[in-house]
Write a new protein. Structure first.
Length: 87
């Protein structure tokens, strides 16, 4: 446990940051799962709409530094490729 004033503040900041990152990562993962389930179902229109939402969430997470930029690019590429296979 922190004893100094600054260490206590850093601990409070860590807790806030972790919670914010969890929310962003969770919503990103949910959007990715929606894309994958619509692709498996074969619904091209719903998959395209889910892809649009997922790409936005992935970009947002990468911009905030929650995931690496190249990891985001790789995720986006794989999702887009899977949706494009439906057409």
């Amino acid at each position: 446990m922190a004893h100094h004033k600054q260490a206590k503040k850093r601990n409070r900041q860590r807790i806030k940051r972790t919670e914010r990152n969890r929310l962003i990562m969770g919503s990103m993962r949910t959007c990715i799962k929606q894309v994958r389930t619509t692709v498996e179902a074969g619904d091209q229109a719903a998959a395209a709409e889910a892809l649009k939402n997922a790409l936005s969430r992935i970009d947002s997470a990468a911009q905030k530094g929650i995931i690496h930029a190249k990891a985001a690019s790789r995720m986006k590429s794989r999702l887009a490729r899977s949706v494009n296979k439906l057409s």
